[in-house]
Write a protein that binds this ligand. Structure first.
Ligand SMILES: [Zn+2]
Length: 84
């Protein structure tokens, strides 16, 4: 069930997504991940990073919104902290 939250407003430029922004048409929800991938020895003797990996960690403290107008990244507004 979707959560009802207030429309976000950028704390820097005041954009709220009602009009298309300079860089995007809406806010983006960002979070940092740590992923583990195997270092493999290739046929030529050089090491390669494997294509597939395993997600080890999502840094919950890194969750934030990015403004589609000025690209500022800022803390999640109230009501969004528990999502994701
Ligand atoms: Zn902005």
């Amino acid at each position: 069930m979707p959560q009802r939250i207030k429309r976000p407003t950028c704390p820097s430029c005041g954009w709220d997504g009602r009009e298309p922004g300079e860089h995007d048409d809406w806010f983006r929800y960002l979070e940092d991940e740590t992923r583990e991938r195997r270092l493999e020895l290739g046929e030529g003797g050089e090491f390669e990073v494997a294509d597939e990996g395993e997600l080890l960690l999502v840094d919950e403290g890194s969750r934030r919104l990015r403004c589609g107008n000025c690209l500022l990244e800022f803390r999640l507004p109230a009501g969004l902290e528990g999502l994701g």
